[in-house]
Design a protein. Structure first.
Length: 591
């Protein structure tokens, strides 16, 4: 059976007439709680399955979401995978099923061995880049890490508005292609019939005039301002909310005097009935990657009031009454105007019908397929080996380590990797260290003089370094010959990785092996437990270092451990390479 790499050359041929198999990974997508992502994925791939019967779609889901794309579509195959070990199973099945391109439904901190250049991520928005205040610290770190993986390239990304594309492009690597796939009208509403609403559902519709806001109670949905605005507005309107009711009691308690009801999740038939009966859709969101309810309102001949935040003005065009999402008075004024101005409502309805024609699943699926064909074409043209050899900077801090220094230097100079900038920062040694350094001539750069200790020396060395990849090697440790080449290869194959660390053998004063450093596959909990990263076997990108700053010069011990913690908390991606890269020396005079 062919592996991933062996199949790369045949990808373009697959798209030129031979059967194509596309993986659709939907591990974290749940209808309702995932917001608009679920209907976008459903609309895209139902349309693709219909338009391109020669393509086989293999959906990798769980028991919680396997119904999102049913096998009744004919050329859809659904694989239900246990949550435990989900991504390892996807990798195995992708090899066995000979998947050509893998569509990732959302960025995750979990990665696949499936080639990055054949992965296509859906990223509906870049909300945390513009509004980090909407996320708790843990969620924000995970989003930064997951988006770092998706946007690092050479994977491709599709998003759902020009606004989102511009936000993501500012964070993406030059190798990451970002395409815009505008969604169409959600299929659930498009096929819904309000006449099918039950008697109980009809009883939930207010008898008095009302506004409709279908949105989960997430911070950026701006419910508090909307309720304040409704209380201020000089009109007799009720408000109907739908979506996930989690958190509603706390919000309602702050607005007891406002006429509002929350219906929770509703059926497509009831949702369509609400659109048909409401005075207007009111959509005061502070941020949207697209805003599917606008299309739903256009389809139901419902006037729209929305804010101009995120992509909303891009989607609405001239078919909505716009207001300021941050200004309660602006929202209240828009509510008053839409309630009292019948000609305005009729004009918005007509504009909405015309605006809806600009968005279709046919066009969206065609753009998605073009992007996938581009992935195959680029991969087929990709040279077998990359010419780029990024500069790697290695710094050795040293002070009176003459008995070990030569072995350390020789291990760096003996590296098989061709592009290394090596610098030794000596603290003013009084042993034979300077004679050793002089003996190397111009094969390395070095300085000697008083400094603030080991950490200060490391910072000095990095301040004078120019490498894209960096690491430091203490003057009693050694690198194995392929250490730098292995690290660079890892970074090349996994462009989202910010720090990679290998295994390290422990040796004594005479270079005799005495054990191994307790490395392990990376997790933050494992790092905190006993520092699973062996410092001499660690290399990281200079770009990540510029984000977190230098080593803490106030620390005499464990400055590396504190640095790893800072990298993790910044959202960097840290990975373990299960290969011995270094030897760490244990001796009586070590710190």
């Amino acid at each position: 059976m062919l592996g991933y790499r062996e199949r790369d050359a045949s990808l373009l041929a697959c798209f030129e007439g031979n059967p194509v198999r596309i993986g659709v990974e939907i591990r974290h997508i749940i209808r309702g709680s995932s917001g608009g992502i679920a209907p976008v994925i459903q609309g895209l791939f139902e349309q693709m399955a219909s338009d391109r019967p020669e393509i086989e779609l293999v959906v990798f889901g769980t028991e919680a979401n396997r119904e999102l794309l049913p096998e009744t579509l004919g050329n859809v195959r659904v694989e239900t995978i246990p949550v435990e070990g989900f991504f390892d199973t996807v990798d195995r099945m992708a090899r066995e099923l000979r998947i050509d391109v893998m569509f990732r439904s959302y960025p995750t901190v979990e990665t696949l061995a499936f080639p990055a250049e054949r992965q296509l991520f859906l990223i509906p928005d870049g909300q945390h880049f513009e509004h980090p205040e909407f996320f708790d610290a843990g969620t924000l770190r995970n989003r930064k890490r997951a988006f770092r993986i998706a946007l690092a390239g050479p994977s491709a990304v599709v998003t759902i508005s020009e606004h989102a594309r511009n936000v993501l492009a500012a964070q993406a690597s030059p190798d990451c292609e970002i395409a815009v796939v505008y969604p169409g009208l959600p299929r659930a509403l498009a096929t819904a019939d309000s006449a099918q609403a039950t008697a109980a559902e009809r009883a939930a519709v207010p008898e008095r005039p009302f506004l409709l806001y279908p949105a989960n109670l997430w911070p950026h949905k701006n419910h508090d301002r909307l309720l304040d605005a409704l209380e201020q507005a000089q009109c007799d309107l009720e408000l109907v909310l739908t979506g996930d009711p989690n958190g509603w009691n706390a919000i309602h308690a702050r607005h007891r005097g406002v006429p509002v009801r929350h219906l929770g999740y509703v059926s497509p038939a009831l949702l369509r009935l609400l659109y048909e009966e409401t005075v207007a859709l009111v959509f005061p969101s502070l941020y949207e990657g697209f805003g599917l309810p606008l299309l739903e309102a256009f389809a139901c001949r419902t006037p729209v009031v929305c804010c101009d935040a995120g992509s909303l003005s891009e989607v609405a065009g001239d078919a909505a009454l716009l207001c300021d999402a941050t200004d309660t008075a602006s929202i209240a004024a828009a509510i008053e105007r839409i309630a009292s101005d019948l000609p305005l409502r009729e004009s918005l309805v007509a504009s909405g019908e015309a605006r809806l024609a600009a968005f279709s699943w046919e066009a969206a699926a065609a753009t998605l397929m073009e992007t996938m064909e581009g992935i195959a074409s680029r991969q087929a043209r990709r040279p077998a080996t990359a010419d780029a050899v990024p500069l790697v900077s290695i710094v050795t801090p040293s002070m009176n380590q003459g008995r070990f220094l030569r072995r350390t230097i020789d291990s760096v100079l003996a590296q098989t990797y061709p592009n290394i900038e090596y610098r030794v920062v000596d603290g003013g040694s009084t042993d034979d260290s300077l004679d050793i350094l002089r003996s190397y001539g111009d094969r390395l750069r070095w300085t000697s003089g008083p400094d603030g200790g080991q950490t200060d020396a490391i910072n000095q060395g990095f301040a004078e370094s120019n490498g894209e990849i960096v690491g430091f090697l203490n003057s009693d440790d050694v690198l194995l010959p392929n250490a730098v080449a292995s690290a660079v290869t890892h970074f090349s194959e996994r462009p989202w990785c910010d720090l990679v660390y290998g295994d390290a053998e422990l040796i004594d004063e005479d270079d005799e092996p005495i054990g191994f450093y307790p490395t392990a596959d990376y997790s933050f909990d494992r790092l905190v437990d006993d520092c699973c990263i062996s410092q001499p076997a660690a290399f990281w990108r200079a770009k990540a270092a510029s984000t977190v700053g230098p080593f803490d010069a106030s620390l005499t011990y464990a400055m590396d451990f504190e640095y790893w913690l800072r990298l993790d908390r910044s959202g960097a991606v840290l990975e373990h390479l299960p290969q011995t890269l270094a030897r760490a020396r244990v001796h009586e005079s070590m710190k």
